[in-house]
Design a protein around this ligand. Structure first.
Ligand SMILES: [Zn+2]
Length: 163
């Protein structure tokens, strides 16, 4: 059981250095590693930090933040949360507050279908697209594409995708 050493209504964000309302500006942190109940990086800083130049959430950056604050990256929950584009981060942190997730820490992360999986899927889609576009290729070149497709098929179907 952690004792809450936060006192007062405001907390310090370690990223922007501003004092902000604990309840409004910070997500909860259930990790037993810390004697505080909030992640001391404010919502605004997390929102800005995890975004890439296309204004999408960069999962590597999100996982970095989660590692810093000892919270898990849970692929299934992230997938559910990311359906809502602008609220995805907030949704994700609220899903971490669910009873089944509260005791989980970063070591409980499930990334089997994480960004590596997305990359494989994207590469696969790209290859499929190329294959359909290059129907007029020589038989030999078509065979090369077919080999690549088969390889990705095997990788995607392999339960033990190595990360
Ligand atoms: Zn901040």
């Amino acid at each position: 059981m952690k004792k809450n050493i936060e006192n007062g209504k405001n907390g310090l964000c370690y990223m922007c250095g501003k004092l902000k309302s604990l309840n409004e500006s910070f997500y909860m942190n259930f990790s037993p590693l810390f004697q505080v109940n909030h992640i001391h990086i404010c919502k605004d800083c997390i929102f800005t930090y995890v975004r890439n130049e296309k204004d999408e959430v960069d999962i590597v950056k999100l996982r970095y933040i989660l590692r810093l604050v000892d919270l898990p990256f849970l692929y299934d929950y992230w997938k559910a949360a990311s359906k809502s584009k602008s609220e995805s981060i907030g949704k994700y942190f609220s899903l971490l507050g669910l009873r089944q997730n509260k005791s989980k820490t970063y070591k409980d992360s499930r990334v089997e279908e994480g960004e590596e999986y997305f990359n494989l899927q994207n590469q696969y889609k790209l290859l499929e697209k190329q294959l359909s576009e290059f129907k007029n290729l020589l038989a030999e070149e078509q065979l090369e594409f077919k080999k690549k497709i088969d390889k990705f098929d095997r990788l995607l179907n392999d339960e033990k995708i190595q990360i």
